[in-house]
Design a protein around this ligand. Structure first.
Ligand SMILES: C[S@@+](CC[C@H](N)C(=O)[O-])C[C@H]1O[C@@H](n2cnc3c(N)ncnc32)[C@H](O)[C@@H]1O
Length: 318
């Protein structure tokens, strides 16, 4: 390497590196250290030149069509009725299927609870529509023959008009947000016939364990025999009037057992307004029957559940 090349390389090195190399060389040769470079070791690096901000694009200038995204496909499929509900677009493990999973989880755990606590009675569902929750309850009941070997097996009592929601006449409902917005209206929420529901549920538990009550709650709940006991009620009938139609007779006739669970699917509908829907119905039931209950937690998007300890007219455990 020629001297000029060595100098050229040395001059190309950062001052600190050059200082270190020279220090090592001088130490090896027994010479005093070289002079420190003028630039302080801790000197901050020069500020980089600011990058000029991109010129703002006028919103009116973006007249190009939006690119196709997953949203485009989702909306096309929904609009073409290729899927009946948005969550069916997603994979099973997708986060948006959580509402359904959460409901299934709550109902299944509630069935496990009444078995482990040996709460007396059957399971009733008010509002069956597409059979999702009825099927879930039936599935959760398949091991009852092992858990309840010494008593009559619980029945699954399923109530629905199979005509959708009733005519809405109660003032509480007429003033509620879901009714005013048209989310709930007469005939809404109609999917399965009673026969279709029966086929679905009786493929899971035997026909002797399934009772389907077709008609308005106010009429069909009367068909329950006096010695009926209910350990779990899944109430999914949306309206204030429907809640009262179904549950007043159940409390009045002492059907609901000590320790029973009542799940309300639509608790937080109507902006969670305490003067509407299931919230208002529950408040009225509590004061009318002196119900003592524990709030045992919200679930999914709108649901909540209670465990019943006592109420006026509750029959003793038999
Ligand atoms: C939200 S849907 C139930 C959804 C159902 N649990 C499921 O998993 O698909 C409400 C159901 O309650 C029924 N319903 C509401 N009020 C009723 C009443 N007063 N008498 C009978 N059925 C009623 C409707 O027919 C409808 O099927």
């Amino acid at each position: 390497m020629t001297k000029s090349l060595k100098v050229a390389i040395a001059e190309g090195l950062p001052p600190q590196t050059l200082f270190k190399l020279r220090s090592i060389k001088r130490a090896l040769m027994g010479q005093p250290p070289p002079e420190r470079p003028q630039v302080a070791a801790s000197a901050p690096a020069a500020e980089p030149e600011p990058t000029p901000a991109p010129a703002p694009v006028a919103e009116t200038a973006t007249e190009l069509p939006e690119p196709r995204t997953r949203q485009t496909e989702a909306l096309e499929r929904l609009d073409a009725h290729k899927i009946s509900a948005p969550y069916l677009f997603f994979d099973v493990d997708d986060v948006l299927i959580l509402p359904a999973k959460e409901i299934a989880r709550t109902l299944t755990l509630s069935v496990m609870y009444i078995n482990s606590a040996d709460v007396k009675g059957d399971i009733a569902e008010f509002g069956t529509m597409g059979g999702f929750t009825a099927r879930t309850l039936a599935n959760a009941m398949v091991f009852d023959p092992r858990y309840q070997p010494n008593q009559p097996l619980r029945k699954l009592r399923l109530f629905d008009s199979f005509e959708g929601l009733p005519e809405i006449t109660a003032q509480v409902d007429l003033e509620s947000q879901h009714v005013k917005s048209g989310t709930w209206s007469k005939g809404g929420c109609r999917i399965l016939s009673a026969a279709e529901l029966r086929t679905m549920v009786e493929a899971i538990i035997p026909p002797s364990r399934v009772q389907i009550y077709e008609g308005w709650f106010a009429d069909t709940v009367k068909l329950l025999p006096d010695d009926t006991r209910l350990a779990l009620i899944h109430f999914d009938g949306d309206l204030y009037s429907s809640t009262m139609d179904a549950l007043v007779p159940c409390f009045e006739r002492g059907f609901i057992s000590k320790g029973a669970v009542i799940c309300f699917d639509d608790w937080n509908c109507n902006e969670a307004d305490p003067e509407a829907g299931e919230r208002k119905a529950w408040a009225d039931l509590v004061s009318r029957f002196n119900i003592v209950a524990s709030h045992s937690g919200d679930y999914s998007i709108q649901g909540t559940k209670f465990i019943i300890h006592s109420y006026r007219g509750m029959k003793p455990r038999s």
